[in-house]
Design a protein around this ligand. Structure first.
Ligand SMILES: O=P(O)(O)OC[C@@]1(O)O[C@H](CO)[C@@H](O)[C@@H]1O
Length: 382
């Protein structure tokens, strides 16, 4: 993987600094208000707020510390959250937040997803009804037109990221063009036996992801799908198995084409054509280049792996400040099979742009295009 500086959060005014200094405190407050947590949980959340903004990185004080030691904790404990790799700091913050609310138990709050109220509000939103109703209008179109529309639905669904909306209010309304578009290359890779989709957010991103998978299965573009989700709540709205079930239920409870897709998805999950996986490394604070052998073998067994979203992109290419014209193929050369990224741009990392595109973006927006969520990309390494 080409060398470039690893992103830290130590520079005031930078995107990463803003996430730790503003987004994380806002998230703690939102979670605190969303549940009738008991005094102990509230104290733990308040302590995390102080630690994350003014304090240093502390151990979890549970068996999980050993796990995190293997992911680099020994190097970072006792240091400011702002001085260590941004990806590491953010991931550990989410792990601490789950700890504060008792997610890992033992106790009555074990397994209660602190982000569930936000995820459910998304599923219930009128926008979701509109998106599902739009499926009925697709049915009269050719298979190819449907496939393209569903790919774009899945791509732009990535704007529906709750963390992003905590810091960029109104962010879901802007629309812009793709800064890189390898979608033709993507279509030439299909049909395949096994497609793997590494999911990102629940709710309004997961629904179009599932509809895209349903289309691939239904039209013979893939025989089966692996769906990688998170083993526990992460980065606010990241999808877990419970969120997959909620999304499919939302579809089956809808009308028309959405309900039909929901029934097919239910059947595909039940008969194993969609195989949900939740590998522990999915919540690791590390790039995919460092993945363990068993996960590498899972990806190697797929004929095509599609990474959804900004965080997965950061982990796929490495959370570094690359020159934007760095090759996507080179940064993903370690990956054990054909790989695609569908992502809206919501952090500083970017590779695979041509020089003219980068120059035009900078001329129009300075560096804001990297993080404001109005641009997207489809990148493929066959
Ligand atoms: O992965 P997603 O849902 O597309 O985006 C996650 C995100 O909102 O969170 C990170 C900052 O917290 C950034 O990588 C990105 O902006």
């Amino acid at each position: 993987m080409p060398d470039a500086p690893v992103i830290l959060a130590d520079e005031p005014g930078s995107f990463a600094h803003g996430v730790l200094a503003a987004r994380h405190p806002a998230l703690i407050r939102a979670v605190r208000d969303a549940f009738p947590y008991d005094p102990g949980q509230r104290r733990a959340l308040d302590a995390l707020l102080t630690s994350a903004t003014e304090g240093v990185i502390e151990p979890l004080g549970t068996d999980a510390d050993e796990h995190w030691a293997a992911w680099g904790a020994r190097r970072y404990l006792g240091r400011s959250w702002f001085e260590v790799p941004f990806l590491w700091s953010e991931s550990y913050f989410y792990r601490h937040l789950l700890q504060a609310v008792g997610y890992f138990g033992p106790g009555p709050w074990q397994g209660i997803d602190p982000f569930r109220p936000f995820k459910l509000a998304e599923l219930d939103a009128p926008e979701t009804d509109e998106e599902l109703a739009a499926l009925d209008r697709l049915t009269g179109q050719s298979e190819q037109e449907q496939a393209r529309a569903l790919l774009h639905g899945s791509l732009w669904g990535n704007r529906a990221d709750l963390g992003f909306r905590l810091s960029v209010p109104g962010a879901t309304t802007a629309v812009s063009q793709l800064v890189a578009d390898d979608s033709e290359a993507l279509w030439t890779l299909l049909p395949v036996d096994t497609v793997c989709l590494v999911a990102d957010n629940a709710g309004r991103e997961l629904i179009p992801d599932l509809l895209f998978l349903d289309h691939l299965l239904c039209h013979g573009r893939a025989r089966r799908a692996l769906l990688q989700v998170k083993p526990y709540p992460y980065y606010i709205s990241d999808a877990t198995t419970a969120d997959v079930v909620d999304a499919v239920r939302r579809l089956t409870a809808a009308k028309g084409a959405a309900a039909d897709a929901g029934e097919r998805l239910w059947a595909a999950l039940a008969d194993g054509r969609i195989d949900v996986r939740a590998h522990p490394f999915s919540c690791a604070p590390l790039p995919y280049a460092d993945m363990p052998e068993d996960l590498r073998a899972q990806f190697a067994a797929a004929d095509l792996t599609v990474f959804k979203g900004d965080l997965n992109y950061r982990r796929l290419v490495g959370d570094r400040l690359y020159p934007p014209t760095t090759s996507f193929a080179e940064t993903t050369a370690y990956f054990p099979g054909p790989v695609a990224a569908l992502r809206t741009l919501k952090s500083d990392v970017i590779v695979g742009l041509d020089a003219a595109t980068e120059a035009a973006l900078v001329a129009a927006e300075g560096q804001r295009w990297r993080t404001n969520g109005t641009h997207a990309l489809v990148q493929v390494r066959p």
